[in-house]
Design a protein. Structure first.
Length: 151
């Protein structure tokens, strides 16, 4: 059923003399094949839906952190994974605390892969799947705020 296939309705339950003694039941199918390709197709169709739901709830978590205290900036430690577009200084960063890979348009120019720095949440909209990050103003304060949030 997990594969999305309907199980054959015509299952024969055969109890032999040995299985009655041990309480085992042997199940045989009436040559009704299960189409695993159909189940795999349903699984592949559901994957994007699952990813969108996970992203929505992650962004909703970040939105709630931001709304908890609008005067305090919410920042996360990030690491540059690589460059997507050198002309626009567009990079992929990994947000450690969230386990999130996200695109970041660099405000400070070229970045090197493996470089770690702090980014704050500039704006977020979970329903539209939008998250905009910018350079955090004070990393020492941000370290304390992340420790306080985790506690």
């Amino acid at each position: 059923m997990d594969l999305g296939c309907k199980l054959p309705k015509e299952l024969l339950i055969i109890e032999n003399s040995e299985s009655q003694e041990h309480g085992n039941i042997e199940i045989k199918e009436n040559e009704l094949p299960i189409d695993f390709d159909e189940g795999g197709a349903l699984f592949r169709a559901g994957r994007p839906l699952q990813r969108n739901a996970q992203q929505y709830w992650l962004f909703e978590y970040i939105r709630r952190l931001v709304n908890r205290d609008p005067n305090e900036e919410v920042a996360f430690e990030c690491m540059v994974l690589g460059c997507v577009d050198t002309n626009k200084d567009l990079y992929v960063v990994y947000v450690h605390e969230l386990g999130l890979e996200h695109k970041y348009l660099s405000e400070i120019g070229p970045l090197l892969p493996g470089h770690s720095f702090w980014l704050k949440v500039l704006s977020i909209n979970p329903r539209q799947g939008l998250l905009r990050l910018g350079i955090a103003s004070n990393t020492s304060e941000q370290k304390r705020s992340i420790v306080a949030r985790a506690a």
